[in-house]
Design a protein around this ligand. Structure first.
Ligand SMILES: Nc1ncnc2c1ncn2[C@@H]1O[C@H](COP(=O)(O)OP(=O)(O)OP(=O)(O)O)[C@@H](O)[C@H]1O
Ligand SMILES: C[C@@](O)(CCO)CC(=O)[O-]
Length: 260
């Protein structure tokens, strides 16, 4: 199953920047969105595992030639291995990786989940229902994972977004192979809240896959989060914003979460 979530940008009508120092601001969301989609590889992985298990079993049985109902077993084995190869070809993506595709900024990343676990599992997540700040130690470990990706120098400003992704993903979903694709209508760094829309849409897909929010996934079209779920979403998005901004006021993620 693939889940998609979208979150809008924001515009500040009065109080831009002063809001960071505690002043009141007036802001609104508007109809440019960041869209995030998430698909866990294990959705198709079970079938693949079954074929491999069967294949291994057959390898053992196949060593001993015998007849079943007048036919040689090796005929069965041929069919079985054909099945394994077809399944492997189908599930080319069914590996142990976490893939992040940032379409609108032209960046692609892929980590082995084993490597992410090695770097981050000692931090104690997943935290899911308890929005948790990225500690200095976590920042250091995540920075190592980002550096290993040979981030293009010209786009190094976007590295904070990738760090926020790794923190939100592992804190909410732990260490699962998946593919995440992000597209956006919003220009980056233009004061229109692209970082908040990034954090909100990403968090919304991650939470939608958890038991912490209640969504009727049988409904067609876009679903809306309920009030208490929006609160959890907003708090996690704020933790992502802190990684990107340092000391944000929380206005951007709040407008993007509760906006249109
Ligand atoms: N579509 C996206 N894909 C990846 N990262 C993104 C995306 N949009 C925003 N970001 C992250 O957010 C950062 C931009 O945040 P920044 O605060 O500089 O701009 P903004 O959020 O557009 O503006 P403002 O906060 O003033 O409204 C990027 O450097 C990147 O880390
Ligand atoms: C308003 C904001 O976009 C800063 C703009 O200078 C972000 C924040 O509130 O932290």
């Amino acid at each position: 199953m693939e889940i998609k979530a979208r979150a809008p940008g924001k515009i500040i009508l009065a109080g831009e920047h002063a809001v960071v120092h505690g002043s009141t601001a007036v802001a609104a969301s508007f109809d440019l969105f960041t869209l995030c989609s998430l698909r866990f590889h294990s959705d198709s992985g079970e079938a693949y595992m079954n074929w491999v298990d069967l294949g291994l079993l057959e390898m053992v049985i196949g060593r001993y030639p015998f007849y079943i109902m007048g036919r040689w077993v090796c005929y069965e084995r041929f069919l079985l291995w054909m099945g394994v190869f077809v399944e492997l070809a189908y599930n080319g993506e069914n590996d142990d990786t976490l893939n992040l595709s940032l379409k609108s900024v032209g960046l692609e990343f892929s980590w082995s989940v084993g490597r992410i676990r090695e770097a981050l599992s000692h931090l104690g997540g997943p935290f899911l229902s308890t929005p948790t700040s990225c500690s200095t130690e976590a920042v250091r470990c995540i920075a190592a994972l980002v550096e290993e990706q040979n981030f293009p120098e010209a786009k190094i400003g976007l590295a904070t977004g990738v760090s926020a992704f790794l923190w939100l993903y592992t804190s909410i979903q732990g260490f699962k192979p998946a593919t995440v694709v992000v597209t956006s209508d919003l220009p980056v760094g233009a004061g229109l809240g692209s970082s908040a829309a990034f954090c909100v849409s990403l968090t919304a897909t991650l939470l939608a896959y958890s038991d912490s929010v209640s969504l009727d996934k049988n409904q067609q079209g876009w679903l809306a989060y309920g009030d208490s779920d929006l609160d959890l979403l907003n708090k996690w998005a704020f933790e992502g914003e802190k990684i990107i901004h340092g000391k944000p006021s929380g206005l951007d993620n709040t407008v993007s979460t509760y906006g249109m």
